[in-house]
Design a protein around this ligand. Structure first.
Ligand code: HEM
Length: 428
């Protein structure tokens, strides 16, 4: 889900030298994305979108990419087969030697093109059925209820000041617990996953952090798969080991890559939907009150919150192999392209009054889950978690308020993930 989950060379730490990016002579013309980009990416995207549909930029970690920012072009680009994802197969030189991280993580579905993507997605879709997701509602509600009980107890305990970090206590534990249970990964290891995942999606941070986290996850999943082979259980890891499609199956490398993808994709984004969505409601009290008084608005409100908060700034990276024209701009061969879904979702050409949160609006057609063959596999699960989380939070804490000055809120230093570092709230 990130430049790094995708494990592509657009990530700071994975060695762009491999890609042989074209020299367009435009280095001087690119828009630099400074570190203030992380704090207010939409301000950058608004300017770019006003000027044209495609803008070459220098990303905060120094690489060049072409940003597609208008709705129509973003949607078309996400479904454009001239924009490829399989960098390991199509961009690396013949003497490229994959290591434990790049070699394994290069083979997940989000880094694949048809026909391999079709094959990988079909195998996992079989194990990840809609019925399995719908059947999770009572469990998601139970996890939500017990997390909110714990929050209330902690905030009101002697010595407590009535405030909690909603990310630490709710927005992070809910999705990670759900995805761990679904996969059959011990929930007790969730803080370790969080550290790995943070290192993986960070655009800044310790050099080597991405590789170290990737290696640790590789060893973790190798052991987990061996244990599940020995003792299969009623969980997704066991189902994936068993998944068969006309005699096809996931090999060991693909299995590890798949689990890595599902675990990171399955919580990073949903955590930010819940946290940023709560912030948006707190900053729009009339919408908070409207949603609380009419829970039938919840499914539509989740769509509107996805459109409005955009847990991802942009879809994962794609690349050209030949010159590709988008919206009248020719992107040269061997260039990285980012479809800026958050900008598309605020395009006034598609959504009226796009910067206004309106929980009653028809936000259908938003591209927060992407579009085309890589459309989010976990969308039904994310929607379910969003509905349950916002419904329970608003019902339980009608007096919820932000406990800090909004100007002090900090967003994580990731180009891809748009998520708060912390969100301190007062329960009543
Ligand atoms: C609010 C929550 C979520 C958001 C905003 C989100 C967003 C996205 C987006 C934009 C893509 C397409 C990326 C691209 O085309 O480059 C995607 C793909 C994907 N997502 Fe999600 N996602 C969310 C939750 C989840 C969950 C809960 C899971 C897993 C259980 C998941 C698993 C995946 C997978 C496996 C893919 C790759 C699909 C493919 O390549 O065919 N996502 N997601």
């Amino acid at each position: 889900m990130t430049e790094s989950t995708a494990g592509s060379p657009v990530q700071a730490d994975t060695g762009r030298a491999d890609t042989g990016q074209a020299d367009t002579g435009r280095d001087g013309d690119t828009v630099p994305l400074g570190s203030d980009y992380f704090q207010d990416p939409l301000a950058y995207f608004r300017r770019m979108r006003d000027e044209g549909p495609v803008t070459p930029v220098t990303l905060p970690h120094g690489d060049r990419a072409w940003l597609v920012t208008r709705y129509a072009e973003v949607r078309a680009a996400l479904a454009d087969p001239r924009l490829h994802k399989d960098w390991a197969g199509k961009l690396t030189s013949p003497d490229w030697v994959p290591d434990q991280v790049t070699g394994y993580l290069a083979v997940h579905m989000l880094n694949s093109d048809p026909p391999n993507h079709t094959r990988l997605r079909k195998l996992v879709t079989k194990a990840f059925t809609a019925r399995r997701v719908a059947g999770l509602r009572p469990r998601v509600a139970a996890i939500t209820g017990s997390l909110l009980d714990a929050i209330e107890a902690r905030a009101t305990a002697a010595g407590g000041d009535g405030t909690v970090d909603l990310i630490e206590e709710f927005a992070f534990p809910l999705p990670i617990t759900v995805i761990c249970e679904l996969l059959g990964v011990p929930t007790a290891d969730r803080d370790q996953f969080r550290r790995w995942s943070n290192a993986i999606v960070a655009s800044e941070g310790e050099p080597g952090g991405f590789r170290a986290a990737g290696t640790a996850m590789y060893y973790y999943f190798t052991e987990l798969i061996a244990a599940k082979r020995a003792r299969p259980a009623d969980d997704l890891v066991s189902a994936l080991i068993e998944a068969r499609d006309s005699g096809d199956s996931l090999d060991e490398r693909e299995l590890i890559a798949m689990l890595w993808l599902l675990l990171v994709a399955g919580h990073e984004t949903t955590t930010n939907l819940i946290a940023s969505g709560t912030l948006a409601l707190l900053q729009n009290p009339a919408e908070f009150a409207r949603l609380r008084s009419d829970p039938s608005l919840l499914p539509g409100a989740v769509e509107e919150l996805l459109r409005y908060v955009n847990p991802l700034n942009h879809a994962t990276d794609r690349f050209t192999l030949e010159p590709v024209e988008i919206g009248g701009v020719t992107i040269p061969a061997r260039e990285w392209v980012l479809c800026v879904t958050s900008s598309a979702n605020r395009d006034p050409g598609r959504f009226g009054d796009p910067d206004r949160l309106d929980v009653g609006r028809d936000a259908g057609g938003h591209v927060a889950f992407g579009h085309g063959i890589h459309y989010c596999l976990g969308a039904p699960l994310a929607r379910l978690e969003g509905e349950v989380a916002f419904g329970a939070l608003l019902e339980r804490f009608p007096g919820l308020t932000l406990a800090v000055d909004p100007a002090t809120l900090r967003w994580r230093p990731s180009s891809l993930i748009h998520g708060l570092e912390t969100l301190t709230v007062r329960l009543r």
